[in-house]
Design a protein around this ligand. Structure first.
Ligand code: PAF
Length: 284
């Protein structure tokens, strides 16, 4: 039976006992409403650790005032069943006051690489992510934590934070998991109606085009690649581009000429739903 913990103290008590037995711990941080993308992280964590903790917490401080915190899909019972099926040892499902006590006033901020891509569009988002992830690292005492490449900037930011603050944890980046038709798995896909669901395929389609230009045709001019992606997306009536960027992986510095590892990342509104997707040329 999977252990369900609701408070940091409950997690710590169990983790302390695991530590005494020298057991390694893998953490999969999630906001719940788990899909196959999360399942792939849990499976990898299961392979590489003696104990696996999945955190399931819709973190209020990483949502802006006009974002979808209230609407964000939640289904704890389904999450718990999936974690159990995948062999996770514990699911940590706190309430906001368990994580943020009254007068909570300590935040973790990573400068510069949070000023671009999604960070530029969602002020304060990564401060909220880094703060909750730091707390989860401390609460879980994990040896490894698993993050998907779908949120590539998040992965780069967390790696930078871990390096800069000497967190004793290994960050494992895992590939994007897609639907059969290519749409990247995301909890937010549930917001799409039928027409929008079809339109959303333009994200992967346009990225495929960009990837072909770089890898097959040897195009090394970032603007040419971004223009081609833009043209493809603009042909889709329901899509509105938020950004198309090509940056160095994983410094996220601006790139004009593609001559090393790069992240090509896009954010596109399909109707009211903002979706992100990307590809990385080089090692994740
Ligand atoms: O990627 C997510 O689901 C969240 O940003 C995370 C890492 C669980 C922090 O709330």
């Amino acid at each position: 039976m999977i252990i369900v913990a609701h408070t940091p103290a409950e997690v710590r008590e169990i983790v302390d006992a695991w530590k005494v037995q020298n057991l390694s711990i893998g953490l999969v941080p999630t906001m719940g409403f788990l899909h196959e993308g999360h399942a792939s992280l849990i499976k990898k964590a299961r392979e590489e650790n003696d104990r696996v903790i999945v955190s399931d917490f819709v973190n209020p401080i990483q949502f802006g005032p006009s974002e979808d915190f209230e609407a964000y899909p939640r289904d704890f019972e389904a999450d718990k069943a999936l974690c159990e099926e995948l062999g996770a040892d514990m699911i940590f499902n706190p309430e906001a006051p368990d994580m943020y006590a009254e007068n909570f006033s300590t935040y973790v901020n990573v400068d510069e690489i949070t000023d671009v891509l999604c960070g530029a569009k969602r002020p304060g988002h990564f401060k909220g992510v880094c703060t909750v992830v730091s707390k989860l690292f401390n609460i879980s005492g994990a040896d490894r934590a698993y993050f998907g490449q779908k949120d590539a900037q998040q992965l780069a930011v967390i790696r930078r934070m871990v390096r800069d603050l000497n967190f004793p944890i290994e960050i494992v980046g895992c590939p994007i998991i897609r639907e059969d038709d290519g749409l990247a798995k995301s909890s937010r896909n549930t917001y799409l109606n039928e027409a929008e669901r079809k339109a959303a395929l333009v994200l992967n389609r346009s990225l495929q085009k960009g990837m072909e230009l770089i890898l097959d045709d040897g195009i090394d001019d970032a603007k040419t690649v971004k223009d081609a992606i833009r043209m493809e997306i603009e042909q889709e009536g329901l899509a509105m581009i938020d950004y198309i960027e090509i940056v160095e992986w994983d410094s996220l510095a601006n790139v004009n000429k593609i001559d090393g590892p790069v992240l090509c990342a896009i954010a596109v509104y399909i109707g009211k739903t903002r979706l992100i997707d990307n590809f990385i040329v080089g090692e994740v």
